[in-house]
Design a protein around this ligand. Sequence first.
Ligand code: FMN
Length: 380
Amino acid sequence: MSSSGSRQTSGPPSPDPGPPASVPDYEERAAALLPRTIFEYYSGGAGDEWTLRENRAAFERWVLRPRVLVDVADRDPATTVLGSPVSFPVLVAPTAFQRMAHPDGELATARAAASAGTVMVLSTIASASMEDVAAEAPEGRRWFQLYIHRDRGLTADLVARAEAAGFGVLVLTVDTPLLGLRDRDTRNRFSLPPGIELANLARSLPEVEGSALFAYMAERHDPSVTWDDLEWVRTLSGLPLVLKGVVRADDAGRAVDAGVDGLVVSNHGGRQLDGTVAAIDALPEVVEAVAGRVEVLLDGGVRRGSDVLRALALGARAVLVGRPVLWGLAVAGEAGVRHVLDLLRAELDVAMAIAGCRAVGEVDGDLVARSPRRGDAQAR
Ligand SMILES: Cc1cc2nc3c(=O)[nH]c(=O)nc-3n(C[C@H](O)[C@H](O)[C@H](O)COP(=O)(O)O)c2cc1C
């Protein structure tokens, strides 16, 4: 008997929704598939989730100004990021515990990113170890995200292992002296399902009343880190160093003066301090302060190829996507992540063509403007 034959036949069978056509389609399907606690950990943000919403809303306040009658018959969105060639300027952001979305977790993501021709950034608190991830993707396709622990020996060991395993860039996350307060995780007493651990550290999370991840980070991660520690981080390896989580011109300038090799403009996907400026709105001041001395990346709210185009026009070298990858993973593992990346590449390709750009080098600041409706939005 077909599965539909066992159902009530009071109405016509629900139409086949077809394959997901966009990142929002993937999110909708992931929401239906994942246990609520896990979906809320992935999708949620800090506090009232204003910054989470604002990361998206802010993209809509930057309008595109396509140039017409340009020969765009031959196009190529390939570029390089910190020297790594990528087939298009979208990288995979570090997100923790990907095995909650799919049993293959970070291993599937690494394969999908490599086959799509881009870079995956692996989280310190991944649910697959960096050595196992390294076996899935060639060098040049993976970077390592670092959290500085109170135990500096452990921190140094993480960096040494990442370098030995062939991760090409160190991405130091600097927006997380403490984990942001995420009400959904507190209410859900978020902790890891059985069988999932912090694989790089061979640890599980503590048993506590509220969010186990908040408690873990407060205990183990070092909230006393300052600019003075950057020099120490640099001594741990020969890897290029990128700071992730900068939203201010003064911090950006100071980071460049301190010798970092790149910056990620990011508010951690709205998961840290609610009320923080949207990532895309912080981008122009950071780009101006950096003045071309290092590459500037952006993450937070990128869901469409046209968002990537806006970020490039505002001066980003590339963007990273966090949740879209988790939705792809939840829906179809490696193939789902690959499809999400392919959808973003196809959307960017069409957006570039219609905007009159054959290559990312032709995307300039004149392609975007603040929306004429921006004032309306602010007055509300
Ligand atoms: C579930 C989840 C886990 C994350 N874990 C980390 C992490 O371990 N390290 C880190 O630097 N950023 C982490 N982030 C932040 C992402 O790297 C990135 O800044 C953010 O997801 C970008 O926003 P987007 O999800 O709207 O694309 C996490 C984000 C999510 C959604």
